[in-house]
Design a protein around this ligand. Sequence first.
Ligand SMILES: Cc1cc2nc3c(=O)[nH]c(=O)nc-3n(C[C@H](O)[C@H](O)[C@H](O)COP(=O)(O)OP(=O)(O)OC[C@H]3O[C@@H](n4cnc5c(N)ncnc54)[C@H](O)[C@@H]3O)c2cc1C
Length: 476
Amino acid sequence: MTNVRIGHLNFDIYLIFGIGYWDFLFILGIIRNMKVAILGAGFAGLTAANELIKQGHEVHIFEKSEQSGGAAGGFKRPGWDWYVDYAYHHWFTSDHAILNLCKEIGFTKNMVLHPITATAYPIDAETINQDTNTEQLFEEFIGTNVRSYKLDSPIDLLKFDRISPVDRLRTGIMLALLKFGPALDTYHTTAAYTFLKQWMGTRSWEVLWEPLFKHKFDKYQKDINTMFFWARTKRTAALAYPEGGYQELANHFSGLLQQHGVKFHYKSEILELRKSSDTKPRFILKGSELLRFGTSMTFDAVVSTLPSPVLLKIEKDVLPEMYHKQLTKIQYLGAQTVIYETKKPVLPHTYWLSIALPQSPWMVAVQHTNFVHPRYFNNHHILYMATYTNKPLSENIWKKECPDILWQRSVFIPYAQPLYTTEYYKYMPQTTTPVPGLYIANMERTYPYDRGTNHAVRVGKQAAEAVEKNSAEERT
Ligand SMILES: Cc1cc2nc3c(=O)[nH]c(=O)nc-3n(C[C@H](O)[C@H](O)[C@H](O)COP(=O)(O)OP(=O)(O)OC[C@H]3O[C@@H](n4cnc5c(N)ncnc54)[C@H](O)[C@@H]3O)c2cc1C
């Protein structure tokens, strides 16, 4: 009975012996229990907790909000059976880390579909034809004189008549080379803007990519590196979604962790992280409502899933000056989404409509109920309008008066998108920091892949492995 690290089997043994299996080993001096604080109950924090509790550590999660799930969290309205995510979410079928985690924790209710994705372009009034969207609700949200181009497959690209046949061919070949080719070192330092213009053609950049980069990265659009683009070509067209919504999955996961001994502190925003004056590296946490145990708590190790700008605000003389400087270079954009519940769908068939309309404040319209059935939302339709920006959009941009709109809500997520610039590889934090006992498992660590719950699982595991490795080294 020395190595029982299969799922949560150790906890069954707990019941048999009446004392914790890990406590048992601890008493025998075989392992040393560490007291670990995890900052943030998003998927990175939950995954780190899952691994650390299996390793026998005492694990506390501190979460500012009242629920787990973080940026992938959601909410329900009266009459809805499923949660709606605060910001549109789906998985690609290649997101093995989170799909395997779902199996491990017994959440097997994931649906897989191949919904339609398209891009909306402006057209001249004279060229209106059968592909032009003239539905009233569509015009209300997206605009008039708009044509949607399905851009789901190589065939769609070959038919895309807004760029020349030569540019379509160049674009198709380059996309295939990137998708099936390795990551080259030069991708870290070459701007995607330069690379795409050079290899796919200026017109291809201007028509296909520039509108998307503009909304996703705002004024930083020309600074984003090619690695970011390379990683996106690996995505699949088939998408998956957890039945009940991401919040359902987060609730299931955090419930299981709680049963297995992880201590959750909700509504506990950490306001200060300090080092204790002990000879051993220990950390003192202070926070809002902290802490049912008093005003502060002490830990052997801390795993931070917080964005660097937040960590920099709360740390008090913990980080060495050089490292502090390094982290100040990390930049983010926020995400603005607005969720509309409507009587009819706004997009008749499309799930994901990228918006390449120069005057539009939006990057994308996501008709959630063309992916997830409207029956889970009282037979109403759910639409997200979204873009990336550093400050919330004003109400007169998003608030709509229209009899078909039943309800609307704006959500702003301040640290939603780390910016993978051509310098990013120099500043990206590693799992271990110069401070023994302090580990990073945040969105910045998913590079070169864009942040996502799949990669949050990956970086959460990496942090738990590092904690365990260091704790094993201490024991020997
Ligand atoms: C618009 C948008 C669309 C997205 N689409 C997808 C998608 O389709 N598929 C996908 O997989 N991913 C998607 N993502 C990304 C995904 O949501 C994130 O990558 C993932 O949820 C990050 O998990 P995390 O645990 O690293 O961080 P977070 O989920 O951000 O967790 C950090 C947690 O820390 C808490 N916190 C912050 N400050 C403090 C403090 N001082 N004290 C205590 N707690 C604190 C926060 O409340 C939060 O719960 C999307 C994100 C956005 C913004």
